[in-house]
Design a binder for this molecule. Structure first.
Ligand SMILES: CC(C)(COP(=O)(O)OP(=O)(O)OC[C@H]1O[C@@H](n2cnc3c(N)ncnc32)[C@H](O)[C@@H]1OP(=O)(O)O)[C@@H](O)C(=O)NCCC(=O)NCCS
Length: 204
């Protein structure tokens, strides 16, 4: 496991995230190329096959079984988000609260269809999840990224910067030790602590 690399990112462009209420997040559609507004909503189990297709169209993401996508869109719906434009799924984030660490949201996969990229949709979907009641107690976000996925590094480092939060990475799943040399190492990115997004922290 490599040594933790602490990466404090400043917010020199003043682009801090502003808290948004969940309703505001869902009711504030954005336009995107190819026309139409992108609406964010809770996933439903019927999204499973579209999620499966979207992930397949978004290399370098690993595809999961359709059954796994069905579970993401049902059991994990409260911490996942679907982005829809003209009735088509154009973005999806699967996530969950780590079972023995209720202050940490783990982001499993982020996918944005090619035509919708570069317009802030991934960041908007992350904020939408963090503003949900299910994330009321969340102060940290974790995900894993392969070393060469520049878009993903840019997304999460930029997101940490906007939250004004620290961002550190370590090896979580190692190429040899965990993947038997068949897959690049997955680096664990941990962002936080940050203030609740979109709702007031409980005063106790
Ligand atoms: C990674 C991905 C989700 C980004 O979606 P997106 O909606 O285009 O991202 P955003 O527009 O919200 O951009 C977020 C930040 O990443 C940067 N970024 C996005 N794509 C980038 C790229 N290809 N190269 C470098 N930076 C990139 C943006 O400039 C932005 O930076 P900023 O916050 O400093 O302004 C999308 O490219 C994708 O689905 N890729 C394939 C699947 C994948 O790799 N998923 C991530 C692994 S879980």
């Amino acid at each position: 496991m490599s040594a933790a690399r602490e990466q404090e990112e400043d917010d020199s462009n003043g682009d801090n995230l502003h808290p948004v209420q969940p309703q505001q997040a869902s009711q504030a559609p954005d336009t995107a190329p190819n026309g139409g507004e992108v609406q964010l909503r809770l996933p439903v189990s019927e999204d499973g096959t579209s999620v499966h297709q979207l992930i397949e169209n978004c290399p370098p993401l690993d595809t999961n079984s359709l059954y796994c996508n069905l579970l993401q869109a049902s059991h994990f719906a409260a911490t996942s988000v679907a982005a829809e434009r003209n009735g088509a799924l154009v973005g999806f984030i699967s996530g969950y609260i780590i079972p023995d660490r209720p202050d940490t949201l783990f982001i499993w996969q982020v996918a944005v269809a090619e035509g919708g990229r570069g317009m802030g949709l991934a960041g908007r979907m992350l904020r939408e999840i963090l503003a949900r009641p299910a994330c009321r107690g969340v102060s940290h976000l974790e995900t894993t990224i392969t070393p060469d996925n520049e878009a993903s590094w840019a997304l999460f480092r930029g997101f940490a910067r906007k939250l004004g939060a620290a961002c550190a990475d370590t090896v979580m799943f190692d190429r040899e030790r965990h993947f038997n040399g068949q897959h690049d190492s997955e680096l664990l990115v941990r962002i936080g602590p940050f203030s609740p997004v979109g709702h007031q922290r409980n005063t106790d």
